[in-house]
Design a protein around this ligand. Structure first.
Ligand code: PEP
Length: 253
């Protein structure tokens, strides 16, 4: 079995002091832990990335950014390029999160452009996809997922350099989690799509994370599904007690 990847997405939360305190607590939590079957990743706001990568350099966790520009360096006020992230030794970068699609105009095309920039800079993209409640109720979830995959991966060579996060939008920050069966069904579809568009070996190796109100109470049932390889966790990853409890569960499974 491959390692679980447990990713905390802080979104736009925490002061610098709170962020530092969280990371110091995380160092304590991970100390002397057997972490052979799990990779822990935290994605703090961009202004804390330097502090976070400094701490991660000598501790058993990785750091990811929450977004990057689809452009190279240049006149793009407020943006952060993939090459800048590379120069800070970033491991991962989330792209295509539904909040960025909804509030900042992210599209499958821009996700594709960002994915390519991240690959040019040796950073692993965490590509988020997922359907709205209306799409699920209309019965078009699978079509939506396949369209998002086709858009994001257009002309992209995939091996083990990509993570996919299935995040049903109706489950993000709402407290409503997809049932393990609902999540497994879509994860299996994603893996099949990867097998058909790349090959079986890539499909076996690729990490497909679930995201959407994952918390200590439901993480076991989700992680034991055959095609769920970890979690992208928002709200519950802000609290060190909850985040460490979810890490404990993944270590135990
Ligand atoms: C997320 O931010 O990707 C997420 C899944 O959030 P939450 O866990 O709060 O639903």
């Amino acid at each position: 079995m491959q390692k679980f990847i447990i990713v905390g997405n802080w979104k736009m939360n925490k002061s610098f002091q709170e962020a530092e305190e969280f990371f110091l607590d995380l160092v304590d939590v991970l100390e002397n832990k057997e972490l052979d079957n799990i990779e822990v990743v935290v994605c703090p706001p961009a202004v804390y990335l330097e502090m976070a990568t400094d701490l991660a350099a000598c501790n058993p966790f990785s750091i990811g950014a929450q977004n990057c520009s689809q452009f190279d360096d240049g006149a793009y006020t407020g943006e952060i390029s993939a090459s800048m992230l590379h120069s800070m030794e970033m491991d991962y970068c989330i792209i295509g999160h539904s909040e960025r699609r909804q509030y900042f105009g992210e599209t499958d095309e821009s996700v594709n452009a960002k994915l390519k920039k991240l690959h040019e800079n040796s950073i692993v993209p965490i590509v988020c996809i997922g359907e709205t409640l209306t799409q699920r109720e209309k019965g078009v979830t699978k079509d939506v997922i396949v369209k998002q995959l086709s858009g994001a991966f257009q002309d992209v060579d995939v091996n083990d350099n990509v993570v996919i996060a299935y995040e049903p939008i109706w489950a993000i920050g709402t407290g409503k989690t997809a049932t393990p069966e609902q999540a497994q069904e879509i994860h299996a579809l994603i893996r099949k799509w990867i097998a058909e568009n790349y090959n079986e070996d890539v499909a076996k190796k690729i990490h497909i994370l679930y995201g959407g109100s994952m918390k200590p109470e439901n993480i076991d049932d989700l992680l034991i599904q055959p095609d769920i390889d970890g979690g992208l966790i928002g709200g519950a990853a802000l609290d060190i007690a909850k985040f460490s409890s979810m890490i404990e569960t993944a270590v135990r499974l």
